[in-house]
Design a protein around this ligand. Structure first.
Ligand code: GLC
Length: 723
């Protein structure tokens, strides 16, 4: 009996010990740390020595203990505190082939392809795949989770993010972050905040009112934070309202930690720290210290502490946040276990994401191509070698490659630091040949329009690939396709109107040839198995079902800033970017408020079948339901979109809810949603919360911001929503 009681007590005791929260365990660890050990946890290295010269860094020895990636923070093994092996990025594990086993990783398609799928489950699967590959490569931090809105359709990193709408971007980013962190790998909600363009990014000053910020970029971050529970946030390079983001007490303490209840830690972007005193604003860790003139969070911070300019309690809080984050995600209890990457399974995730994200923009009936077509001309876009990917810290070296990594030099200076474009394998040409085994398929690189036109004349159908490389650190000057691609497409279409254009772009583009072609597919950056997804869509093996996550403008004249700000800024010149021009009216909301025509609207996407939306019911409360029916003859998917179109008689355009629905021919699905009141409300700066006015709310249901077939209205009572 006694022994039994002792055993139970022991087990309970053990159980109690195991029941300690991450915060309690962090507190217990804190008690064992010296100040020196604490400070060592507050700064980390850039550990990609192969890239030092490219970044203008002086030669340096390898960082002891680092695997060789974007970041490394030494741990304290004696206390079970692991080193942080930090690897980029938002679209897969970004490790140069010469680091580690050289086997590369699985590049996901552009974040815009994920966004065009409007599918949180796909976002989770993409995050889980990236997180798993990071874990298998030995990394415990994946610098993924970018959610900056498309405020400028020339933004160099828009391809990494999730479009122009806060509800869509925040929802998908939260799901992606959850997917990563469920693999016991820390993700980083980034770049907080208003890092919405790349040119002059370290010296831009984003000027925006508080309400406009909270209702747009802020809402995307807030939704991602509450649905994804990221335990790290990366603060951005730029200033916001005159204060560097990584030194902004308002952003980091007032909004992120106080209003939104963020319990993780804030890491800087690489080279985004300007003083040891930035810690007083809520910054917790200095990343990539080699990019700073001094390692601020080392000796300068110790001096500031000794001078009373920084409180010890603030240093303790920063360390506790870091430890709590690691414990919450499981970095201490589940250290990475090296394992070979399953490229087949992970490639299937990439292919599925691309298949769901392909947007059919035009189809005169030319698509899907018949498998019995006899002569096919495939033209341009390196389609015989691979598919385009974006440039910058998120670029992923694909799986084990033949001798030569298919890379296209984009010239010096075009992209500041980044000058090479990796072509992801799985060339569309080979995949098209597989889809039409009986056809004669000929390829022309598209260097000479006259030569391409002759091939097009020979063919039954011509497929022209039109890539546009975009990159971190540099916005593009306009919305045109580069390198004479417009002239190439025009020449091919003049020779054969049965021409399909496949865009591989990281942003919207202008299409002067649009009336002359029979079909247009936006494939974004297609990812590891992008060629398969494109070919299967062209031949109707899958229904291209993506919907645009960003508006395609008809010209740059209509944009809030017709010229990209900072294009001519001198190095180091602080350049104000007035985001108050549009405020929270980003993208489709801007065009709708001014009744401006666009080339293709937000949410637009054709299909090989057709759909009907019906039975829209509003209420009770914020509940909404409706039916979607596939009225066509083939299986397909659509994205049902519900927009707030008027509030108390005032016209509005706000995506209030969405659902991706895949249906067999004739099938009907009943969909129920609960709306987020913040999308319908205004942010009340004085009260620091959301105010939903009472009154009549009119909604429209359809498959794009510009095509709402079902409408209804409801009366909602006034309410306040705390952040
Ligand atoms: C870069 C990027 C950031 C990336 C980091 C590490 O400058 O802004 O997204 O994670 O530095 O490479």
């Amino acid at each position: 009996m006694r022994l039994g009681l002792v055993l139970v007590a022991a087990l309970c005791g053990l159980g109690a010990a195991r029941a300690e929260t991450p915060d309690q365990r962090a507190k217990a660890l804190m008690a064992k740390l010296t100040l020196g050990q604490e400070l060592a946890l507050l700064h980390g290295n850039f550990a990609l020595r192969a890239y030092d010269a490219a970044y203008g860094l002086p030669p340096a020895p390898p960082v002891p203990g680092a695997l060789g990636s974007a970041g490394y923070v030494a741990g304290i093994p004696a206390l079970g505190i692991p080193a942080l092996q930090e690897v980029d990025g938002g679209l897969g594990v970004s490790v140069p082939p010469d680091a580690q086993d050289g086997h590369g990783s699985t590049p996901l398609p552009s974040g815009l392809a994920l966004a065009a799928g409007f599918d949180p489950a796909m976002a989770y699967a993409a995050g889980a795949m990236m997180g798993r590959e990071a874990f298998e490569r030995g990394f415990n931090v994946l610098l993924a989770g970018g959610v900056n809105l498309t405020r400028d359709p020339r933004g160099g990193r828009n391809y990494e993010y999730l479009g122009e709408d806060p509800l869509l971007a925040g929802t998908l980013d939260g799901a992606l972050i959850r997917g990563v962190q469920d693999q016991h790998v820390l993700a980083t909600l980034k770049h907080f905040a208003m890092n919405d363009q790349e040119t002059n990014r370290q010296f831009d000053n984003a000027v925006i009112g508080e309400a406009a910020f909270r209702e747009s970029d802020g809402l995307a971050f807030e939704i991602a934070l509450e649905t994804g529970h990221p335990m790290a946030v990366m603060c951005a390079y730029n200033q916001v309202n005159g204060q560097y983001a990584c030194a902004s007490h308002h952003l980091l303490d007032d909004v992120l930690k106080r209003d939104w209840g963020f319990t993780g830690f804030v890491m800087s972007d690489w080279g985004a720290v300007h003083s040891a005193l930035d810690i007083n604003a809520g910054l917790d860790q200095e990343s990539g210290e080699e990019f700073d003139p001094v390692t601020y969070f080392s000796t300068p911070l110790a001096v500031a502490l000794s001078q009373g300019k920084v409180a010890r309690a603030r240093v303790d809080d920063a360390v506790r946040r870091i430890l709590r984050a690691e414990l919450t995600v499981g970095l201490m209890d589940h250290p990475p276990v090296r394992a070979p990457i399953d490229f087949a399974a992970d490639g299937a995730v990439a292919e599925q994401e691309e298949a769901q994200g392909l947007v059919l923009l035009k189809n005169t009936g030319l698509l899907p191509l018949s498998p019995t077509v006899r002569r096919i001309a495939v033209i341009g876009g390196y389609a015989n070698a691979g598919v385009m990917s974006g440039g910058g810290s998120s670029d992923v070296v694909p799986k084990t490659l033949p001798q030569l990594l298919p890379v296209v030099q984009m010239g010096e200076g075009l992209a500041g630091i980044y000058t090479r474009a990796i072509l992801d394998p799985d060339a569309p040409l080979a995949e098209i040949e597989r889809q039409a085994p009986g056809a004669e398929v000929r390829y022309d690189p598209g260097l000479y329009p006259s030569q391409a036109a002759r091939l097009a004349k020979w063919a039954d159908v011509a497929v022209v690939f039109a890539p546009k490389w975009e990159t971190e650190s540099q916005d593009v000057p306009d919305l045109s396709l580069p390198a004479g691609e417009d002239a190439l497409i025009a020449a091919v279409a003049a020779a054969n109107p049965r021409t399909v254009v496949v865009l591989e772009t990281g942003n919207p583009v202008l299409m002067p040839w649009l009336p002359k072609v029979g079909g247009v597919v936006e494939a974004w950056y297609p990812g590891a198995e992008g060629g398969k997804a494109i070919a299967r869509a062209l031949f109707g093996r899958i229904d291209p079902s993506g919907h645009l996550p960003m508006s395609f403008p008809a010209s740059t004249d209509e944009l809030p800033r017709p010229v990209v700000p900072g294009q001519d800024a001198a190095p180091g010149q602080i350049t104000p970017v007035d985001y108050n021009i549009e405020g929270a009216e980003v993208g489709y909301r801007w065009f709708a408020a001014r009744h401006l025509p666009v080339l293709f609207p937000f949410g637009f996407g054709l299909s090989y079948t057709s759909f009907r939306f019906s039975h829209l019911r509003l209420g009770p409360g914020l509940g909404v339901s409706f039916d979607v029916c596939n009225t066509g003859k083939v299986a397909g998917a659509t994205v049902a979109q519900l927009y707030l179109t008027a509030r108390n008689g005032v016209a509005m355009a706000r995506l209030a809810g969405f659902a991706r629905v895949a249906l067999a021919p004739g099938e009907t699905r009943h969909v129920s949603l609960t709306l987020d009141p913040r999308v319908l409300a205004d942010f009340d700066v004085a009260a620091d919360d959301w105010a939903l006015p009472g009154g009549t709310y009119r909604f429209g249901l359809g498959d794009s911001a510009a095509d709402l077939t079902e409408g209804s209205a409801a009366h909602l009572r006034a309410q306040r929503v705390a952040p």
